[in-house]
Design a protein around this ligand. Structure first.
Ligand SMILES: *Cc1c(COP(=O)(O)O)cnc(C)c1O
Length: 432
């Protein structure tokens, strides 16, 4: 009889130390900042948001930042700013959250999905060029699970075609690519700042760019009052000129309202002050955890090479390669079940591949009696099963890891014991 928890033995982690995982860290300073907004009744204002934008842009090393109501809105506006419209195409990895690209369809465009690099789970530079067509306007690059994508390779492939590069920085606030900040490398970036992300301030998102024209287009898309129509809450934003759009002032070109709630902006200003130190501690804890897991045959944490100039910022969504062949052919699903039984958070796979989803194949958003993916374009770029082999295998080749926010060696060592226990008991688990 083994002592595996899945066979009735004692759990490795009998009581989870919530403090080590709790996020975001909220102090009296956050609460005071949010309360101030509530007391003043300026939730719909933009004065604090504009301060937050300046500070965020300064930290992220871009000329501009634009606060939005969420990441989905930020990415939609970025796509529109890059000229994505009816009949156009964008390229996007299939291994990501739907908001990276789903709104291409609401702009009348469609998505040509690319496979990911098995080492990083970011878009594979080798699977991009052949997807570029005459209507390809933008590529959306996701720094997946906070891993910086290979931006140099991607930019040099798409530049000659005039394809704009949009970074989806929702996982990677603070990640570095060759010592540059993610979110400041492509033409423009959109990021989620929702409660579950590394930079977590509620239902909020942000656009970062150093391109004035793209910034102003994003303002025009979803921030009507900043293009020239003052309201009770918002004076005209003198920063925004929009020479070619002045006749539309006071109306959002997207017919949407992307303004950030100022309670979020107020919290964001406080969070930003402490963010670099907090993610440095996460990086220390997760790298120590990864050093231990990498000793176990069959496991290899997805992270950049040390001292390469690349880093994983706040380590949102930590992932680990899982090689069943080295673990007695125990499949990732059963491995995860055994880990959960030990009291250790684990799931097999990552996001569900998007290229197979019904939405991208059949959704008829404009009531035209045909799939929107085909409705305006000249070619059908939809893809069936088997077309993106790396992405489709992720459910068997990757597991999700616990996300430590603090470095506590003794606790992390205890977690590592659980992995050893389950790997050593693999043969038995197969028969459970
Ligand atoms: C969370 C997320 C988004 C969407 O952001 P919201 O703030 O939830 O709208 C977009 N892309 C990725 C990769 C995400 O993880």
């Amino acid at each position: 009889m083994s002592n595996l928890a899945i066979s009735g033995g004692e759990k490795t982690i009998s009581e989870v130390n919530e403090e080590l995982f709790h996020w975001p860290i909220v102090t009296g300073e956050d609460i005071a900042a949010v309360t101030e907004v509530l007391k003043k009744g300026t939730m719909s204002g933009t004065d604090i948001t504009k301060e937050f934008e300046k500070e965020y842009a300064g930290w992220n090393k871009t000329s501009y930042a634009l606060g939005c109501c969420n990441g989905t809105a930020a990415i939609t506006a970025a796509m529109w700013a890059c000229g994505v419209g009816a009949g156009d195409e964008v390229i996007c990895p299939s291994m990501t959250y739907w908001a990276s690209c789903a709104s291409a369809l609401t702009l009348g465009a469609t998505v040509n999905f690319a496979d990911v690099d098995p080492a990083t789970l970011c878009i594979d530079p080798k699977d991009i060029e052949h997807r570029i067509g005459p209507r390809t306007k933008a590529i959306i690059v996701v720094h997946y699970g906070a891993m910086p994508a290979d931006m140099d390779a991607i930019m040099s492939i798409v530049r000659p075609y005039g394809v704009k590069v949009i970074e989806d920085n929702s996982h990677a606030q603070g990640s570095m690519y060759k010592r540059q900040m993610c979110g400041a490398i492509g033409d423009i970036a959109g990021a989620s700042l929702m409660s579950g992300k590394a930079f977590a301030i509620g239902e909020a998102g942000i656009i970062t760019t150093s391109n004035r024209q793209l910034f102003e287009q994003c303002v025009a898309f979803g921030h009507y009052e900043r293009t020239g129509a003052p309201s009770r809450f918002n004076p005209v934003d003198a920063q925004v000129h929009l020479e070619d759009l002045t006749s539309f002032k006071g109306m959002p070109m997207g017919a949407v309202k992307h303004r950030m709630n100022q309670t979020c902006a107020a919290m964001g200003r406080v969070q930003l002050k402490y963010y670099p130190d907090r993610i440095a501690e996460i990086d220390k804890a997760m790298n120590y955890f990864a050093d231990c897991l990498d000793q176990i045959p069959g496991l290899q944490v997805i992270r950049p090479i040390r001292d390469s100039g690349n880093s994983k910022g706040g380590w949102y969504f930590p992932l680990c390669h899982y090689n069943a062949e080295k673990i007695e052919d125990l499949n990732a699903t059963k491995f995860a079940a055994a880990m959960i039984a030990e009291g250790i958070y684990c799931l097999s796979g990552a996001n569900t591949p998007l290229h197979l989803h019904n939405y991208f194949h059949h959704a008829d958003i404009f009531n035209q009696g045909k799939p929107t993916a085909l409705a305006f374009g000249q070619r059908d770029v939809r893809q069936g099963p088997g077309t993106l082999p790396v992405t489709e295998k992720v459910k068997e080749t990757v597991i999700m890891l616990p996300w430590f926010k603090h470095f506590d060696k003794a606790v992390i060592d205890k977690y590592v014991e659980g992995y050893h226990k389950v790997v050593d008991g693999a043969k038995e688990i197969i028969n459970v």
